[in-house]
Write a protein that binds this ligand. Structure first.
Ligand SMILES: Cc1cc2nc3c(=O)[nH]c(=O)nc-3n(C[C@H](O)[C@H](O)[C@H](O)COP(=O)(O)OP(=O)(O)OC[C@H]3O[C@@H](n4cnc5c(N)ncnc54)[C@H](O)[C@@H]3O)c2cc1C
Length: 657
């Protein structure tokens, strides 16, 4: 994977790239927000860096509005240090005596993502509007992965998703999840019809960028037949497209065969057996050992699974790749019907169902904002799913003493235990770390809507089998980089809206999806500012899926913003240079949404056993424990919003009265 910072940094190249340019990230010290008057936004970090701690909770300070922060976001500096100190066993010695707040609630929710917010919503609906609920989250903003990125470029507000992209799932939304959408005023199919702008990019297609470090020569080649997924985009023959690439003749011949050939590579083998074999081999092995393709084809396909799986084709089963319409299987006579041996995501692909998709301009952050507006009256103006898109949240209202439901940000739970024996206790105590201190609150129950891996540290009293199950899955690391550009004339000149860059630091880049809803208008013409999404998946091919994910966590936390920025500028300059793109002039803002703990771990036939019904680690991990129940998408082993909602619903039903 090309990383231009590996020994190739040069002052003159930095100058060309605009590393010296003043863009919004200049307000950041390696991604750490510097607030008004030079105060550090995170009191915790302030104390680490020797500056005076800000005594009042950060979210109550005037001007506190995390969606507009740029630089290093996602797991931003200040959000994970407490949890890591807890893991490393150093939190308690540094925190000193726990401060009793005296606060008592009906319910304490740990985790302010969609699952935790939905749990609070369901609890209030069930137990009444006077229910007192406290929601704790370690980030400076609510929403978990469903985060909003809000840019202001040349006087225009541009929104996009910092994480969760859209309402879409492998399977139809459940009665509860769909019901919640309806209560929030969201009708995905109707919104998609009404608000998605399907014409602004008319005439622009897709392209591959072949970088010289991986492919020997540098070239942007537009219009692969059928686009990236073979089902849309340009027409034509693959041989003609490939002839324009720098790929070897062996690679060209075999890619054309993979894309267009009608070969049954397992002739005579019964269909069920074919599927069973394909589910136990990677797509890479399928290409090399079954299709017998030349190894030069692998770099072209290696990253194609990154967006959906967070790992490359070496670690994704061939049967999944068939289900998600990868090429090579068209002559094998495989029926598109649900079958064993598919991951959750791929099984949904072969299960017939109606369309249920909508992308809000800020992704599913709009769902989180609608939930917050409902839970905390006065937190945002408006009353429709349309107007929430441009309404401004008043963060000062979120943890207000007059509100029965409070959302406390920058607060990492470090302990959740029963007050007394778990079988008879009437209360749960939750301790959270904030400003390097420990604070205690009590509730009649607690829903842990945080990540499975953190729960054993919070609840040392859990049974050993449950703790082991909670530790099993390893969340998938991902980076959603967003770059604010002054205009998109380079894309227009090159005739592209999305580029696959299989050898580069970010494996793809795309113009933001255009949606016009309420008062929000996306970019309408090439001369206007726009946001570009870039995807990076820090996996380590050759290892098991879980090991790749662990390696990715370390890489992400060890990579400074400057390294991202240099690679972003270099990549955009090289890919779009032919269209006149100038990174020193055209880039207005950069946000790196870093998610070391991204997608929930989905079970994968290549790496995980085929557990009997009810015995998967997530089934054991989500067992209720007295007055403590467990929500979040890890509890379903499925990285989707509806799953997070369903788990929030279940966790509330399991709370004892
Ligand atoms: C980059 C990305 C893109 C995605 N795109 C889609 C998509 O397009 N469609 C879709 O349906 N799904 C998508 N998903 C999956 C979807 O976002 C999740 O399934 C869902 O949002 C998970 O919600 P959650 O509340 O379970 O977890 P999270 O969103 O992770 O929220 C849990 C919260 O708990 C916090 N927490 C953890 N430990 C503690 C602690 N000790 N104390 C306090 N707080 C704590 C976490 O920091 C987090 O804020 C995507 C996920 C990612 C990462």
């Amino acid at each position: 994977m090309t990383d231009i910072t590996n020994g190739k940094r040069s002052p003159s190249r930095d100058h060309e790239l605009g590393m010296n340019r003043s863009i919004t990230r200049r307000d950041f010290l390696n991604g750490i927000a510097i607030g008004a008057g030079g105060a550090l936004a995170s009191p915790w970090l302030a104390s680490l860096l020797g500056a005076p701690a800000v005594p009042s909770p950060a979210q109550d300070r005037p001007g506190y509005y995390p969606p507009t922060l740029t630089g290093m976001r996602g797991s931003h500096p200040g959000s994970f240090e407490v949890a890591h100190a807890l893991r490393d066993g150093t939190f308690w010695q540094d925190a000193g005596k726990t401060i009793e707040t005296g606060e008592e609630y009906d319910l304490i929710v740990v985790g302010g993502g969609i699952s935790g917010l939905a749990a609070a919503y369901f609890y209030r609906r069930q137990l009444g509007s006077s229910s007192r609920i406290l929601i704790l989250d370690n980030h400076d903003d609510f929403g978990g992965h469903a985060k909003r990125n809000e840019f202001h470029v040349a006087g225009r507000m541009l929104l996009t998703n910092g994480g969760t992209f859209a309402i879409e799932s492998p399977f139809p939304y459940s009665k509860e999840a769909r019901g919640l959408m309806t209560e929030l005023g969201i009708d995905p199919p109707a919104f998609q019809k009404k608000y998605a702008d399907n014409h602004v990019y008319d005439g622009l297609g897709s392209a591959y960028f072949f970088d010289k470090e991986t492919f020997g020569a540098e070239r942007l080649v537009a219009n692969p037949p059928g686009g990236f997924n073979g089902r849309q985009g340009a027409s034509g023959k693959w041989a003609d497209f490939l002839a324009r690439t720098p790929l070897s003749s062996d690679a060209q011949r075999d890619i054309a065969r993979i894309q267009e050939g009608q070969v049954d590579y397992m002739e005579g083998v019964p269909q069920a057996e074919k599927k069973a074999r394909l589910s136990k081999m990677s797509y890479k092995d399928f290409l090399l050992k079954v299709v017998k393709a030349h190894p030069d084809v692998i770099p072209v396909y290696q990253t194609r699974t990154h967006g959906l799986y967070g790992i490359g084709i070496d670690a994704v089963p061939a049967l999944d790749c068939w289900a998600i319409h990868f090429p090579g299987f068209q002559g094998m006579g495989l029926d598109r019907v649900p079958s064993k041996g598919l991951t959750f995501t791929a099984l949904g692909e072969v299960t017939p169902q109606e369309g249920y998709f909508f992308h809000f301009p800020d992704g599913n952050a709009s769902i989180a904002r609608l939930l917050v507006r409902s839970l905390v009256p006065g937190s945002a103006p408006g009353n429709s799913a349309e107007d929430v898109v441009t309404s401004k949240i008043d963060y000062g209202r979120l943890d207000h003493k007059d509100s029965p439901i409070r959302i406390r940000l920058n607060s990492t739970a470090v302990l959740a235990r029963h007050v007394g024996d778990s079988r008879s206790a009437k209360q749960v105590e939750v301790v959270y770390g904030s400003d390097k201190k420990a604070y205690s609150v009590r509730g009649k129950g607690a829903v842990l809507a945080c990540w499975n891996m953190v729960i054993p540290y919070l609840c040392p009293d859990l049974p050993a089998e449950q703790k082991e199950a909670l530790h099993y899955g390893v969340k998938v690391p991902l980076v959603y980089t967003v770059v604010g550009l002054r205009n998109w004339t380079a894309f227009h000149k090159l005739g592209v809206r999305g580029v696959s860059c299989p050898g580069m630091y970010h494996s793809s880049l795309n113009l933001d999806l255009a949606v016009n809803i309420g008062e929000y208008k996306s970019s309408e013409s090439p001369g206007q500012p726009i946001l570009v999404h870039m995807l990076r998946t820090p996996c380590a091919p050759g290892l098991s899926a879980r090991e790749q994910q662990r390696a990715g966590h370390y890489e992400l936390l060890a990579t400074p913003f400057e390294t991202f920025e240099r690679n972003i500028r270099d990549q955009l300059a090289r890919v779009l240079g032919g269209g006149g793109f100038d990174p020193a002039h055209d880039i207005e803002a950069i946000t790196v949404n870093r998610w070391p703990h991204g997608y929930a771990y989905e079970y994968n036939p290549l790496w995980d056993p085929d557990w009997p019904e009810g015995k998967r680690p997530c089934d054991i991990a989500r067992r209720p424990f007295g007055r403590i129940t467990i929500a979040n998408s890890d509890a379903a082993a499925a990285a989707y919003t509806d799953q997070a909602i369903d788990q929030g619903y279940r966790a509330v039903q399991e709370l004892p009265s």
